[in-house]
Design a protein around this ligand. Sequence first.
Ligand SMILES: Nc1ncnc2c1ncn2[C@@H]1O[C@H](COP(=O)(O)OP(=O)(O)OP(=O)(O)O)[C@@H](O)[C@H]1O
Length: 336
Amino acid sequence: MSGLVTPPVTRPGPAPGSGSGDLMIEADNVTKSFGSVHALDSVSVAAPRGTVLGLLGHNGAGKTTLVNILTTALPLTSGRACVAGFDVADKPVEIRRRIGLTGQFASVDGQLSGRDNIVLIARLLGAGRRAAAARADELLELFALTEVADRRASGYSGGLRRRLDLAVSLVGAPEVLFLDEPTTGLDPTSRLNLWEIVEGLVRQGTTVLLTTQYLEEADRLADTITVLSEGRVVAAGTAAELKATIGRRTVTLTLETGEDLGRAGAALRVAGFAAVNGEDEARTVVVPIDATREIADVIRTLDQAGVEASELTFGEPSLDDVYLALADRSAARTPA
Ligand SMILES: Nc1ncnc2c1ncn2[C@@H]1O[C@H](COP(=O)(O)OP(=O)(O)OP(=O)(O)O)[C@@H](O)[C@H]1O
C-alpha cells in the first residue's frame, strides 16, 4: 500500500491565525488535574503543519489526557492550547471541523459494513447521498478495504478494523489527525501498512499527533518526540537526539557455555564496559556501547579472555532504555 495519497477534498478555510505562525498543534504550559491527581503538569508541545509529533510514555503518563484536551473533549485546568490556529477554550466547534481522531478502541460500528460505517459518518458531516457514496469508494480504495467493504465490520481482523477506523476518521479530510496508540496489538504487517498510510497523509500536508508506547513507531513516523512521565515533559527532540542523549545501543553476546559468563563479564568490565550478565541458562552478556566500532573491542576482549561467543546481536536503544534513563534522572532530582 505504499504511495498512498489522500483523495482531493474540500477542507474548511484556513484558521484566522489566533495561534503562532503555521503551528497546527500548540500546547503552552497545559495543566490538568482530576481532584488531587495531576494528570498534566505544565506540558508544552508544538507541531508545524505537515509534521508528526510523537507523544511517548507508559500507561498513565498523561498522553490520552493531552489528546482529549487538544480534541476539545476535556477542558484544561490552566495554560493554553490551540489546534489549527483555534483556541480549544473558545473555538471547539471550529477545531472539531478540522480534526480526525483514531483511538485505542476502534470507534467503528461492528453491526454495519465497512462501507456503511464510512457513509454514515459522511452523511453526519453533511454530505449528500451520492457524495457520501463516492467518498466511501475513495476511502475504501485508499485503505485497500474494497474487497471487504460489504462485510460486517465485527468480522474484520484487528488490522482491518484499525484501517477502517482510520478511514472513518478521514471522512472529513481533517487538517490535524490524532492517532492514539494506533498500532497497539497489531501484527507487524498491519503496523507497517498503517505507517505507510500515515506517511502518505503527512506528505499531503496533514499534521499528526501520534501517541505510542513504541519507540520504533515514533522513530519511523515522528519528526519530533515529547516524552511524558507522570504528567510532565521529561524529554523532547528528534528520535536521533533522544537516543543520542539518553538511550545507549547494546551488544548482546550469547556464549558457548554458561560457565564462561563470569569470566566474560569480568574481562569486559576490566576493559571499561558496563557489561551486565544475563541468566545462566540464557548464556548472555549485554554490553552497552556508544559507537559501532566498540563492537570490535568487545569481541577482542572476549577473545583475549579465551571466551567463545556463538551469537552476537546489536540492539538500538528501546523506549524502555530511554524511559529507564529518564526515570533514573527524575528520581535523582527528587529529594528524599
Ligand atoms: N477522568 C479521570 N479521573 C481521574 N483521573 C484520571 C482521569 N483520566 C485520567 N486520569 C489519571 O490521569 C493520569 C493520566 O492518564 P492518561 O489516561 O492521560 O494516561 P496515558 O498516558 O494516556 O495512559 P494510557 O496509555 O494507559 O491511556 C493517570 O494517573 C490517570 O489515572
